[in-house]
Design a protein around this ligand. Structure first.
Ligand code: AMP
Ligand code: TRP
Length: 382
């Protein structure tokens, strides 16, 4: 009897946080497909050095556009994802600050967007575990990014395997409806949809269906300048394949001059048959305030690809110049950047806590046990 008293007092002790009533009422909720969800945008980026043109044109430029059109946007620097491969702690810390400065320089405004660091909101890893218990190894093993990343590894860290589950947790935690990403992330968003649906079917409607936003076709996959059959990527050992936002103008010119094209001198946009030159036209169009690829090709009619490279280089240098200047400005005051991340954490944390309270209750884990009939059932049995 004593033991029941102690249990009762533990469970009924007033909780410091009151969770909204709606979350505490039903564990036997049915899936409600008609439920309307508010539009919420979430995306993430790893703090691994500087952004390259692919990250910027494929993702971050779009983030700023969404923010400026008044959407509810949250952007997360996913440091937990970055430790799926070994990181030097000091470099990682620097890269976090560098990425914060870069995001702001690209137009992300902390007054309009929530910008925060993933590892400062512990609910990401909590939901990761719960989702990990819902998925299977077979499902994760077939994801293309996992296969690609582990191809040459003898010993595969478990973190790399769980990487997409943590990404799903990032997205679902904020009840995200739309995720602006590059094409390479589509399978991860599909896994997120699958895990969200699985959770809803098992425990009642909790998460909205989420969708990738990849609306500018030519931005979805910026290609390597040295091998246009591959995407532009910072892990490419070929230095000239990738333009960084922090590259000096002469470095940008040099890289674009060396870009691989083909033997036809005319400039056309034909991504299937002429990947190299089409990649340059795509980049040119994306840094030219809404000029379409057709307009660009018309404008440069009569110029050969060699000369055209210089036109593209100039446009890229001009576009990146103010961004580079702003990155350097922001980096002069790192404590301000830390403050911005802290403010973002506060906003994100509130939502994350609410979702986790709901999730734990639905799963039957230890949150708000006192709201349920567990006590009555136990005391009846005694
Ligand atoms: P990551 O650098 O892999 O963390 O990617 C950050 C964001 O940039 C993700 O939304 C990617 O889909 C996007 N991204 C990365 N590489 C490219 C690329 N070559 N073209 C377009 N988008 C890209
Ligand atoms: N996996 C993403 C990438 O490599 C980064 C990421 C982590 C992300 N969590 C996310 C992207 C949530 C969108 C939403 O680019």
């Amino acid at each position: 009897m004593n033991c029941i008293k102690r249990l009762r007092s533990l469970l009924t002790r007033s909780s410091p946080k009151q969770f909204p009533r709606a979350f505490t009422s039903s564990t036997d909720d049915k899936v409600d497909e008609t439920r309307q969800w508010p539009r919420k945008i979430f995306s993430g980026i790893q703090p691994t050095g500087s952004l390259h043109l692919g990250n910027y044109l494929g993702a971050v430029q779009k983030w700023a556009e969404l923010q400026n059109s008044g959407e509810d946007v949250t952007y997360c620097i996913v440091d937990l994802h970055s430790i799926t491969v070994p990181q030097d702690p000091e470099t990682l810390r620097n890269n976090i600050i560098q990425m914060t400065a870069t995001m702001l320089a690209c137009g992300i405004d902390p007054n309009k967007s929530t910008v925060f660091l993933q590892s400062t909101v512990k609910e990401h890893t909590e939901l990761n575990w719960i989702l990990g218990c819902l998925t299977t190894m077979a499902r994760l093993r077939h994801l293309p990014q996992y296969k690609e990343k582990t191809q040459k590894m003898k010993e595969i860290p478990l973190g790399l395997f769980l990487y997409p589950v943590l990404q799903a947790a990032d997205i679902l935690l904020y009840k995200t409806t739309h995720v602006p990403v590059g094409e390479d992330q589509v399978q991860h968003i599909q896994l997120t949809q699958h895990l969200g649906n699985l959770f809803n079917n098992r425990f009642g409607t909790t998460f909205p269906d989420c969708h990738a936003i990849i609306d500018k076709k030519e931005a979805a996959r910026i290609r390597s300048l040295r091998d246009p059959s591959k995407k532009m990527s910072k892990s490419d050992p070929e230095v000239k394949s990738c333009i960084y936002l922090t590259d000096e103008p002469d470095v940008i010119v040099e890289k674009i001059k060396k870009a691989v094209t083909d033997f036809t001198s005319e400039v056309t946009y034909d991504p299937e048959n002429r990947m190299g030159v089409s990649n340059l036209v795509a980049i040119h169009s994306l840094v030219s305030n809404g000029k379409s690829t057709e307009e660009i090709c018309k404008e440069v009619q009569g110029i050969d690809t060699g000369k055209y490279k210089m036109v593209v280089a100039e446009a890229v240098v001009e576009h990146l110049k103010p961004i580079r200047t702003k990155i350097n400005e922001y980096l002069k005051n790192p404590s301000e950047l830390v403050y911005i991340l802290e403010e973002g954490r506060e906003k994100a944390q509130g939502i994350a806590e609410e979702t986790m309270a709901e999730v734990k209750q639905k799963v039957g884990l230890g949150a708000n046990l006192s709201e349920f009939s567990v006590l009555k059932t136990i005391s009846k049995k005694m």
